[in-house]
Design a protein around this ligand. Structure first.
Ligand SMILES: [Fe+2]
Ligand SMILES: [Fe+2]
Length: 196
């Protein structure tokens, strides 16, 4: 089990992923784009912090390369792109983010770490279950998401230290919410959705 996660991906989600690979792949392409745009947004929000902006710039470029890999596979598998409404996951995590600094930066970094951690765990869980070229792609992305999780977690700890905040209790709060979103019933099947 991943150190930041409080619940594994439910078997029912993996089963749904096997049945609806197209939706999974289209939503995954959106996740990569969103990961890049979130990293760029953080570069604007914390522009005076060169360590953060450098890490986020590298992250954004890597996420865009992931997007290109996913888009190439969609083309190869003849998956027709379609507009998908976003799932509840990221929006619900964002609701817990403080509106004022310095807590806000700590929270945003914890959020990023959790999303990357769950992506990492899901790639590992669903890759072997799906197999084929999609399973291979997921297996290849697994290591990158493990690195990204570390980048965000280090930035969360650094921001907390600077602000004199203990990050442990806050991480626990976010992890509990995240586990709830993953283990509760979810109407919309997406890469980060709950139980279908
Ligand atoms: Fe990625
Ligand atoms: Fe990532």
């Amino acid at each position: 089990m991943h150190p930041l996660l409080r619940a594994p991906t439910p078997a029912a989600w993996i089963e749904q992923a096997r049945r609806t690979c197209d939706v999974l792949l289209i939503d995954h392409a959106n996740c990569e784009k969103k990961a890049a745009s979130t990293a760029i947004a953080l570069m604007f929000a914390y522009a005076e912090d060169l360590e953060l902006t450098d890490k986020m710039s590298r992250l954004a470029r890597e996420e865009l390369r992931h997007y290109e890999q996913v888009a190439a596979l969609m083309k190869e598998l003849q998956v027709v792109p379609q507009r998908l409404a976003p799932g509840r996951y990221a929006e619900r995590l964002r609701r817990l983010v403080a509106r004022t600094e310095p807590q806000r930066e700590v929270d945003l970094m914890i959020c990023g770490a959790l999303i990357e951690a769950r992506s990492c765990e899901r790639f590992a869980a669903v890759g072997p279950a799906i197999g084929g070229p999609l399973g291979e792609l997921f297996a290849g992305l697994h290591a990158a998401e493990a690195r990204h999780f570390k980048v965000y977690l280090d930035l969360a700890r650094r921001a907390a230290l600077r602000a004199g905040i203990d990050p442990a209790a806050r991480i626990e709060e976010f992890s509990a919410l995240e586990a709830d979103l993953i283990t509760s019933r979810d109407e919309l099947f997406r890469f980060h959705s709950g139980v279908p």
